[in-house]
Write a protein that binds this ligand. Structure first.
Ligand SMILES: Cc1ncc(COP(=O)(O)O)c(C=O)c1O
Length: 425
């Protein structure tokens, strides 16, 4: 089917929730997406952080083929062999104790919020219902997730959202301390904020959140839906810190593009849940769980974390050189292959993203001014060089066409700390 025909059908029949780019993809391999018109694109977004092992990975394809021929779904009323094995693997990798499987990031996060309330009510602490969430956070689109998501445009049209959420300035220990009291059941943090513009939590902030929650019996909930499962060069982003959460949520790369989310919890949190309190029809099905097991297998066997660390560090080095030369770059932040380049103007960021797409490179723009890069973990240094060279050329051409001011010659600029793995320590 042609792009124009697809566009016409969607315009007539789909809810208009997405402004799609005018590209119709038909198939993909590794980090390359192929469009219906024969053109090919280098993907530095991986379906918004999902296709970590790249597209059409032979072992993933084989697992999908074999498992789908055997058993796709049977409901959570019965046993299948995979959810227990997947939980065991995630528990061993994370140091937490138990898992629950959902179908998406937002559903995992909803479950995490419910657990925090259940733990408090299980202890008879009826007043303890408040969540402290972070400014610039994003946790999803369902009601609890929306309520803990900072950006007003996601919440306002659907008000009133879930009550009992207060926002804290991200990485501001004093603000956290000032707002923390004995009504708090959970502190909600993305270990590295994604939609908010690629901002890692500071070491001091996570430590303070851990100490406050541990002292009061509230939970520390880490949302690693975007930054978890190898994206930062460690299996879990919190492993860059000397902090262990009570709850961590996962999703995007877990099942290589099949919908699967997970909540990992400590034994103490798990004790608050009994049969019938929480559940889902599709979550933890045999197909998605078999694929997720294979994803984790391949990541370990192919030493993917090491590759993410090295390729991410190379990417950051090259972007650092660009930063020194382009006035329009305000900051370069990144941990592993979760990278943001903040520009000084939203229109410029939009134009750069479009120009990259015209050059057949897929990136994303978030928080208005931040170019976001979430490539498949399997990208090569050569891929990175192509992306940086193209970005360099586009920024230069924008500057010469008057879209960006010249870089001030003197004085170090005010910058956020470079968020390499070393600053996330
Ligand atoms: C940190 C974080 N939490 C939650 C979500 C929601 O996940 P989903 O879109 O799978 O519901 C996202 C999605 O971008 C995310 O980045």
């Amino acid at each position: 089917m042609s792009l124009s025909k697809v566009q016409k059908t969607e315009a007539k029949y789909l809810l208009h929730t997405y402004d799609r780019y005018p590209v119709l993809f038909t198939h993909a391999k590794g980090a390359t997406l192929y469009a219906e018109d024969g053109s090919k694109y280098l993907d530095f977004l991986s379906g918004i952080g999902v296709m970590a092992l790249g597209y059409s990975h032979p072992e993933i394809t084989k697992t999908i083929r074999e498992q789908s021929a055997k058993l796709v779904h049977v409901s959570n009323l019965f046993y299948t062999e995979f959810p227990g094995l997947l939980a065991e693997k995630l528990v061993k990798l994370s140091g937490l104790d138990r898992a629950f499987f959902a179908n998406s990031g937002t559903e995992a996060w909803e479950g995490a919020l419910k657990l925090a309330r259940a733990v408090a009510s299980g202890k008879g602490l009826k007043k303890r219902t408040k969540f402290l969430a972070m400014e610039n956070s994003f946790h999803g689109r369902t009601f609890g997730s929306m309520a803990t998501t900072f950006t007003a445009k996601y919440r306002k049209p659907f008000a009133p959202v879930m009550p009992g959420v207060e926002f804290v300035k991200f990485n501001d220990v004093e603000d956290l301390k000032a707002k923390f009291d004995d009504t708090v059941c959970g502190v909600c943090i993305e270990t590295v904020q994604g939609e908010g513009g690629i901002h890692p939590a500071t070491r001091e902030f996570l430590k303070a959140a851990r100490e406050l929650t541990a002292k009061s019996g509230a939970l520390l909930l880490l949302d690693e839906i975007q930054c978890g499962l190898g994206r930062t060069g460690k299996m879990f982003a919190f492993q860059h810190y000397a902090v262990k959460p009570d709850v961590v949520t996962l999703a995007k790369p877990l099942a290589a593009g099949l919908p699967l989310g997970a909540i990992l919890v400590t034994e103490e949190v798990a004790a608050a849940i009994h049969p019938g309190m929480h559940g889902t029809t599709f979550g933890g099905g045999p197909l998605a769980c078999a694929v997720a097991l294979k994803v984790l297998d391949v990541m370990q066997k192919d030493k993917i974390l090491q590759h993410v660390k090295e390729t991410g560090a190379y990417f950051m080095d090259l972007l650092g050189e660009l930063d020194a030369r382009h006035a329009s770059i305000v900051d370069v932040r990144g941990v592993g292959l979760m990278v943001g380049v903040e520009l000084d103007d939203a229109e410029l960021a939009k134009a750069v993203q479009k120009a990259m797409l015209d050059e057949k490179i897929i990136i994303n723009r978030t928080h208005e001014t931040v170019l976001r890069f979430l490539p498949p973990y399997v990208v090569t240094k050569k891929d990175v060089e192509r992306v940086v060279k193209t970005l360099d050329r586009i920024l230069t051409s924008c500057a010469s066409s008057g879209d960006a001011a010249a870089k001030p010659a003197a004085g170090p600029r005010q910058r956020l700390p470079k968020a390499t793995a070393s600053t996330a320590r």
